[in-house]
Design a binder for this molecule. Structure first.
Ligand code: 6PG
Length: 243
C-alpha cells in the first residue's frame, strides 16, 4: 500500500469541491477502462454537501451517471425513509436528482432482519466484485475513530472473512450494517472526508498515534493496491499540524 495522501481544505465547501473533483476524475478513468464506475457512499452528515454538489452543475454534467453503480459502506437498521437512514440522506441530497438507473443503486436493506440484510449485501458484493474491488470508497471518521460502522472493540472488526456484516454497537445500543475492513481495503481508492474540530484528536491518533486497530478502527483501512486519501478541513487537521 502506498503512503496515505493528506490534503487540506480551508473549509467544508472546499472539502466538498476537492472530493467532487476526485470522484469525477475517478469516474472518467474507471468508465474509460471498464465501462462502469462503482462508488461506495459514506453516511453521517459530513458528506451531504459533497452529495449535493455532485447533483449540481458542473459536476452532474461531468459523469456518465448511467454507468455508475452506488453502494453504501454502512447503514442503520431502519427503513429507507427513516430520518437516520444513510440511504435517505444520499437519496435526498443526490440520488433522486441524478439519472442513475434505480437498479444500479444498491441499498443495504436496513428494514429487514440485520443478519439477513448483511447476508444479502455480502452476496451482492461477492457477485458484483467477483474479481475486483470498488473504484472509490468514501469514508467518514467518528470522534472515537470509527469508520463506516466499524466501531471500537466490536465484532465486525474481526469479521474479515465476510464482506458485509451486522454489528452490535454497545455504545449506541443499536445494530448497524457495515462493509468489513477487508472488503473496504479492496478499493482502488479510499477517500476519508473529515471536517470539524471534534475530529482533530481522532485524526491525530489514527494518522500519528500508536497502532491500535481495535481501539482505532480507521487504522484498519489500508487499501492493498489502492490509494488512500485523507481530505481534511483545517479544523480537523488542527492536532495534526500542531504535532
Ligand atoms: C454513519 C457513518 C459513520 C460516519 C461517522 C462521521 O453511518 O454514521 O457511516 O461512519 O461517517 O460517524 O459522521 P459525521 O460525518 O456525521 O461526523
Amino acid at each position: 500500500m502506498s503512503e496515505p495522501k493528506i490534503q487540506m481544505a480551508c473549509d467544508r465547501d472546499q472539502l466538498a469541491k476537492m472530493a467532487a473533483g476526485r470522484i469525477v476524475e475517478a469516474a472518467e478513468g474507471a468508465i474509460g477502462k471498464t465501462g462502469r464506475f462503482s462508488l461506495v457512499l459514506s453516511g453521517g452528515s459530513t458528506p451531504k454537501a459533497l452529495y449535493e454538489l455532485l447533483a449540481e452543475a458542473p459536476y452532474k454534467d461531468q459523469v456518465e451517471w448511467d454507468k455508475v453503480h452506488i453502494f453504501f459502506g454502512d447503514e442503520r437498521c431502519v427503513a429507507p425513509d427513516h430520518a437516520d437512514s444513510n440511504y435517505r440522506m444520499a437519496n435526498e441530497a443526490m440520488l433522486s436528482k441524478l439519472p442513475i438507473p434505480p437498479a444500479q443503486v444498491h441499498r443495504m436493506r436496513g428494514e429487514i432482519a440485520p443478519v439477513d440484510a448483511a447476508a444479502e449485501y455480502d452476496a451482492l458484493l461477492r457477485s458484483f466484485f467477483a474479481i475486483d474491488g470498488p473504484d472509490v470508497v468514501l469514508l467518514g471518521l467518528g470522534d472515537d475513530a470509527h469508520t463506516a460502522s466499524l466501531f471500537p472493540h466490536t465484532a465486525a472488526l474481526s469479521a474479515d472473512d465476510k464482506l458485509c456484516v451486522s454489528n452490535w454497537v454497545e455504545k449506541l445500543k443499536a445494530t448497524r450494517l457495515t462493509m468489513t475492513a477487508s472488503f473496504l481495503n479492496r478499493a482502488h481508492e479510499v477517500i476519508f472526508l473529515v471536517a470539524g474540530a471534534t475530529k482533530a484528536d481522532a485524526v491525530r491518533q489514527v494518522l500519528e498515534g500508536e497502532s491500535d486497530p481495535d481501539r482505532l478502527p480507521a487504522q484498519r483501512i489500508k487499501p492493498s493496491d489502492g490509494q488512500l486519501i485523507w481530505l481534511l478541513d483545517v479544523q480537523a487537521a488542527e492536532m495534526e499540524q500542531s504535532q
